[in-house]
Design a protein around this ligand. Sequence first.
Ligand SMILES: O=C(O)c1ccccc1NCC(=O)[C@H](O)[C@H](O)COP(=O)(O)O
Length: 207
Amino acid sequence: MRTRVKICGLTNVADALTACYSGADAIGLVFYPPSPRNVSLETAAEIAAAVPAFVTKTALFVDPDADFVRQVLQQVNIDLLQFHGNESAKFCESFGRPYMKAVAMQEGTDLHGLARDYTRAIGLLLDTYKPGVPGGTGESFNWQWARPPHPMPVILAGGLTAENVVSAIEEVQPWAVDVSGGVEECKGKKSPEKVQKFIKNVMSRVE
Ligand SMILES: O=C(O)c1ccccc1NCC(=O)[C@H](O)[C@H](O)COP(=O)(O)O
């Protein structure tokens, strides 16, 4: 089974197309103003309209107002929601869209308990815990905390790079991997070379 790849934190059409044509299965758009990867509704709509078929377009939030999420869904062609805050399952489900719940991983994090809480999520995105930084840390967590068996598909995130992603996949055996900082020239600007190398390394991993 091939590990899927999500390239997150895209801020312009060129970077989004680079990700898609390099083989990304999904792209992520950040709707969180404190992030250097935050995008406006107009830019997000432009990016989403440029993404070719069969690439999942993900919108990412941190404890948002429900009205803002609905505004994004009205103006941007989004396939999947991703929540990085303390959102309840009821809140996440209230938009009638598939969603992933991000988990800030610590030793002893109970993934099975979380899967019961977020029973309608289509995946748990396992990310690095850093107080005050809900995501995009560029730092990895202890992958031993995320070893299988998993209660639902997991998306591994947090400090991944072309250099460590194969080891991460072998340890965690995730459904997919997710990267932002590790494929950037600077925050908010992706490096085409890093994106291509990251995806090539994931794709070339033989089961
Ligand atoms: O990317 C961000 O700036 C960000 C800010 C706030 C919440 C989530 C954010 N990103 C979500 C993602 O899915 C990232 O790809 C994930 O956290 C991994 O980031 P990185 O460690 O930089 O690869």
